[in-house]
Design a protein around this ligand. Structure first.
Ligand SMILES: [Cu+2]
Length: 338
């Protein structure tokens, strides 16, 4: 190749690489990571992307150069000269990709091993998914249950998942990982949050009518704020039962995704409006309390006219008795007011 052509090739390569790199780096493709694991995953992602950009630039420049430099004249129908391969080139285009793929493999393996490595003081949290709500239990705090996932910053956390009904999937975009929750098995996910803040928890597996509303928040707090929260919560739950709030049971079980209830600020419209429960009980010909309780524990025993059967989940019959009672009382009080 002549010197001028080589310079042109290099110039084209730099131009194509510059454009591709600008598109890759200047647009915000990914959320800013908020966990150590997500930071490492982002590193692998960019490692692979940069390799791709360089290869793409070299190939694109080669093609452009060939198109411009070796274009046939409009009336030239003759064959080109025969070629017999180029041993040096073939070794190069076999060896370089092999090295790059091996490098990607090694970097990925290191990141996977680091991401799965639990610290000695790992905190365990049990995550329960059900249509259409998340709940989080803290076994180290006497099984304290919360509807939002609160965790201390810079602490190794192991989430263990249980699904009560169908397949859901746990996703906090800023933590960079997703985990399916599958009935019958208990998958885990290791996270070390490293940025204080409030991030969305999203169900990312279509799981039924209320799927789009199956969301809550992950709140990453300083260790001090977390300890204070834990302290406040355990005090509240260890005092005798008036502290079980029907409003919390309503919220933690995803009722609001399907029902309207003014007192809870709920506006779902998959199921009947729960502000008119007394009238509905009358229509069903049942005493109010019994009507509300069986509607929750055995939804198909009586199906509200105009609404589908088998849509309201049957899993609420497993609610602990004190929670169920609080919920029923809460609904009766709220609907009588409304
Ligand atoms: Cu779901």
């Amino acid at each position: 190749m002549r010197r001028g052509s080589v310079l042109a090739l290099v110039g084209l390569g730099i131009l194509a690489g510059g454009i591709a790199a600008a598109v890759a780096v200047l647009l915000p493709w990914l959320p800013t990571p908020a966990s150590r694991e997500a930071g490492r995953i982002d590193f692998v992602f960019w490692f692979v992307t940069v390799i791709c950009i360089v290869i793409f630039a070299v190939v694109a420049a080669g093609i452009l150069y060939a198109v411009l430099r070796f274009r046939a004249a409009p009336d030239d129908e003759s064959d080109g000269p025969p070629t017999h391969g180029h041993t040096g080139l073939e070794i190069a285009w076999t060896l370089i990709p092999t090295l790059l793929v091996v490098a990607i493999g090694i970097v990925s393996a290191i990141v996977l091993a680091k991401n799965d490595a639990l610290a000695k003081d790992t905190m365990h949290i049990d995550v329960t998914a059900q249509q259409f709500a998340w709940s989080f239990q803290y076994p180290e705090a006497n099984g304290l249950t919360s509807g939002t996932l609160r965790v201390p910053v810079n602490r190794s956390i192991l989430l263990t998942f249980t699904s009560k009904d169908v397949i859901h999937s746990f996703w906090v975009p800023e933590w960079g990982q997703k985990q399916d929750t599958v009935p019958g098995i208990h998958p885990t996910l290791h996270i070390t949050p490293d940025r204080v803040g409030r991030y969305p928890v999203i169900c990312t597996e279509l799981c039924g009518l209320g799927h789009a509303t199956m969301r809550t928040y992950a709140i990453v707090m300083t260790q001090k704020a977390f300890d204070a929260w834990l302290h406040g919560q355990t005090k509240a739950t260890s005092s005798p039962n008036p502290s079980i709030s029907g409003a919390a049971v309503f919220k933690n079980n995803g009722c609001e995704s399907c029902h309207t209830l003014a007192a809870a600020g709920a506006t779902g419209n998959v199921g009947p409006d729960l502000d008119t429960l007394p009238q509905s009980a009358q229509k069903a010909g049942q005493p109010l309390q019994q009507f509300v309780e069986t509607s929750i524990t055995d939804p198909n025993a009586y199906v509200a006219p105009g609404y589908p059967k088998n849509v309201m989940p049957e899993t609420f019959k497993s609610l602990p008795k004190d929670q169920l009672d609080a919920l029923v009382q809460y609904l009766i009080q709220s609907s009588k007011k409304g």
